[in-house]
Design a protein around this ligand. Structure first.
Ligand code: DQA
Length: 144
């Protein structure tokens, strides 16, 4: 059975489309997920979003066992969560970090990043297209 690529989103990404569209764009999370489904070409996807840190940790642990790869936008937890960092360090599957905006070009509090040091690659600043690039990379990395 083909293992799924987990596409995991953190807090407030459920508000995409209406949340600061000048920064995050006009597409909803459902729009982004639909783009990925169209690109998946037989690769199963687990598309999930949560506003809860512990749930994200649990999903990373699950994907480590059951997933082929993880595409992760940890949103604000990127800048705060040592628990996520530790979960990613323990994760056996490759993880690609995605951000719609480019946090490196934003506020000082976004310059701390606990995710990047624990992942294979980071794509930031390309909006929803970054998710498509991440899926293409995940497929290449996992030989699909
Ligand atoms: C974000 C960037 C984070 O700094 C922010 O907290 C988010 C979204 C992005 O996709 O650009 O919620 O991860």
């Amino acid at each position: 059975m083909t293992k799924p690529v987990y596409v995991l989103g953190g807090p407030n990404l459920n508000l995409l489309g209406s949340r600061e569209p000048e920064i995050y764009g006009h597409e909803t999370l459902a729009d982004i997920h639909a783009r990925l489904e169209a690109l998946a070409d037989g690769t199963p996807l687990e598309l999930r979003q949560t506003n809860h840190e512990g749930e994200l940790v649990g999903w990373i642990q699950e994907a480590s066992e059951k997933g082929a790869a993880i595409i992760l936008n940890a949103a604000a937890y990127t800048h705060t969560s040592i628990a996520l960092h530790d979960a990613l360090k323990a994760c056996k599957t490759p993880v690609i970090e995605v951000h719609l905006s480019n946090p490196a070009a934003r506020e000082a509090f976004r310059q701390v990043n606990y995710v990047s040091p624990a992942v294979k690659a980071t794509i930031a600043g390309l909006g929803a297209y970054g998710y498509e690039l991440a899926l293409m990379a995940a497929k290449t990395l996992t030989g699909k």
